[in-house]
Write a protein that binds this ligand. Structure first.
Ligand SMILES: [Zn+2]
Length: 224
């Protein structure tokens, strides 16, 4: 008769079982799967993910279906404005199609959050151009990954008199400012930069409305 404690396979099986129990922790694979999906979101750790999932579990089924349907539909159907690349429900966004907005001034921003932040200041009445990021060789993001050529094309059409650079005061922001400035050098457009009331290294979207509003009004010519 074989003594099971002397069988090395039994020891391994027990160890695997133990590791499995530590890793699992969840009473349901369905729950664990949902937690895993939530914890992929930025700033959401597994504890928060579990709290959110349990909250969802307490809601009505119809509410949860509405929640997931809204996200799936947004992802499937959202468009980007063909002119400024802002998020839009139509081919041209409400800002670009608003005749009351000054088409001769374009404010260049990194992302959609920045458009929202500047709109909240109510100090800017021109139009935007969303780059979709900043030049960052460290992250492998070059000018061709961004909407820079389309900005140059917009300016070359001739209606634009001023381009305001409203990018973050970071090394990536500075590099992008300088690159755009050079790309626009052959046009007659005035290039200005928002006043640096924003501390160096600060992200635009986290700056308070008053400071951001003032920094747009107090913009200065960009000097390369
Ligand atoms: Zn637009």
């Amino acid at each position: 008769m074989m003594n099971s404690t002397r069988n090395p396979c039994v020891g391994w099986n027990l160890l695997i079982l133990k590791v499995d129990m530590i890793a699992q922790q969840y009473p349901s694979h369905l729950l664990e799967r949902a937690v895993q999906e939530f914890s992929k979101l930025p700033g959401i750790g597994r504890k928060t993910a579990l709290r959110l999932v349990l909250h969802m579990l307490r809601r009505q089924t119809s509410e949860v279906e509405q929640f997931s349907e809204a996200i799936a539909t947004m992802k499937r159907e959202v468009k980007f404005c063909k002119c400024c690349h802002n998020i839009s429900d139509s081919d041209i966004c409400p800002i670009c199609s608003d005749a009351r907005r000054d088409a001769s001034v374009i404010c260049v921003v990194e992302n959609i959050q920045d458009v929202m932040a500047i709109e909240n200041t109510q100090q800017f009445h021109g139009r935007y151009h969303v780059l979709g990021g900043l030049i960052s060789p460290m992250d492998g993001i070059g000018p061709s990954d961004l909407e820079i050529d389309s900005l140059v094309s917009r300016v070359e059409e001739g209606e634009v008199k001023e381009v305001i650079l409203a990018l973050s005061s970071t090394m990536e922001g500075d590099t992008t400012n300088f690159y755009i400035f050079r790309k626009l050098a052959h046009t007659n457009v005035a290039v200005s930069i928002i006043a640096r009331g924003i501390a160096v290294g600060n992200e635009l979207e986290y700056t308070d409305e008053v400071t951001l509003g003032r920094s747009i009004l107090n913009r200065t010519p960009f000097e390369g």
